[in-house]
Design a protein around this ligand. Structure first.
Ligand code: HPA
Length: 282
C-alpha cells in the first residue's frame, strides 16, 4: 500500500465513524494528555485503535485517541498521544496523523512537546516558542515517492513555524503574564537521552532545546500546506547542565507540574488563533 493509500484508508475509517471538520489541529505533548478533558467542549472521541491502519502509541503517559470538540466555538481536533520514531515506526507512519488531520480539514497545526533545555538562559518549567528547527539528525519524513496529492517534491522550509501564529502565541503569553522563551528545537531519534558531549555539540549547532518529536510533523504539515506553530515545555535542563542523571519519570513529573500553566497558555492561543481564522487574518 502506498503512503497515500494508507492515509486515505485511515481518513475513510475516521469519516465512517465521525463527521467533523476541524479548523485547528493540536498535538498534546507529555504532561498535557488530559488537556482536552478539561478545556474543550467535547463532541466526540476516537481511540487510535479504532482507526484501521493507524499507528498505535506505546509510550507510558501517552494516551492514544483523537478528541473532537470546540474551543470558543471553533472546531478543533486534538491528539492525546503521538507516535514517536523511537517506537520503531517508519517515518511515514510517524507523520501520518498530522497528514490525516490536514485531510480532515485542519488548516493550522499546533504542536506541543516536552523537551530538554540547551540554552543556558532556560530553566526547567519554562515554555519555549519554537521559532525554527533542526531536523537533520532524523530521517526526513518526505523521503520516498512524493505524495503529489499532498504537496510538492521539494517544499520550501523558510518559515516552518508561521510568523503570524508565532505573534499570536507571543501576544497570548503576554496577556496571561506567562514568560515565553523563544528558540530553535532540535529533534533526535531518542530513545536514549543525550550525552554531555552531544549536548555541547547541539548547542554549537544553534539548538535551544532538544526532543524526540515535532520537527518531522512540522515538515510533513508544511509539505501539506498547513500553517504550523509550536510550543515546547522545557521539562529539564539537558544532560550535563546539572549534576542529575535524567529519567523519563522526572521529565514527566516536571511536565505534569508545568501542565496547568501550559494548558492556560494553549487555551488562550487557541482562542486567539480562532479569532484570526474567523476574521480571515491567517
Ligand atoms: N532530551 C531529549 N528529549 C527530551 C528531553 C531531553 O533532555 N527532555 C524531554 N524530552
Amino acid at each position: 500500500m502506498t503512503t497515500f493509500e494508507k492515509l486515505k484508508k485511515c481518513y475513510e475509517s475516521v469519516k465512517s465513524k465521525i463527521d467533523f471538520k476541524p479548523e485547528i489541529a493540536l498535538v498534546l505533548g507529555s504532561g498535557l494528555g488530559d488537556y482536552a478533558d478539561t478545556a474543550v467542549d467535547v463532541y466526540a472521541t476516537l481511540d487510535y485503535s479504532q482507526i484501521e491502519g493507524f499507528p498505535q502509541s506505546t509510550v507510558e503517559g501517552h494516551k492514544g485517541r483523537f478528541v473532537f470538540g470546540y474551543v470558543h466555538g471553533v472546531p478543533v481536533v486534538i491528539m492525546q498521544g503521538r507516535v514517536h520514531y523511537y517506537e520503531g515506526y517508519p517515518m511515514t507512519d510517524v507523520v501520518l496523523p498530522a497528514r490525516l488531520m490536514s485531510m480532515m480539514g485542519a488548516k493550522v497545526l499546533f504542536l506541543t512537546n516536552a523537551s530538554g533545555g540547551i540554552n543556558a538562559n532556560f530553566t526547567a518549567g519554562d515554555f519555549m516558542l519554537i521559532t525554527d528547527h533542526i531536523s537533520n539528525f532524523v530521517p526526513n519524513p518526505l523521503i520516498g515517492s512524493n505524495v503529489d496529492e499532498l504537496g510538492t517534491r521539494f517544499p520550501d522550509m523558510s518559515e516552518i513555524y508561521n510568523k503570524k501564529l508565532r505573534d499570536v502565541i507571543k501576544n497570548s503569553a503576554n496577556e496571561l503574564g506567562i514568560k515565553l522563551q523563544e528558540g530553535v528545537y532540535l529533534q533526535l531519534t531518542g530513545p536514549s537521552f543525550e550525552s554531555p558531549a552531544e549536548i555541547r555539540m547541539l548547542r554549537t549547532f544553534g539548538a535551544d532545546a532538544v526532543g524526540m518529536s515535532t520537527a518531522v510533523e512540522a515538515i510533513a504539515a508544511n509539505h501539506a500546506g498547513m500553517k504550523v506553530c509550536g510550543i515546547s515545555c522545557i521539562a529539564n535542563l539537558a544532560c550535563g547542565m546539572t549534576d542529575n542523571p535524567l529519567t523519563h519519570a522526572e521529565v514527566q513529573e516536571m511536565a505534569d507540574k508545568a501542565a496547568p500553566k501550559f494548558k492556560a497558555l494553549i487555551t488562550e492561543c487557541l482562542e486567539n488563533i480562532s479569532d484570526c481564522i474567523n476574521t480571515g487574518n491567517i
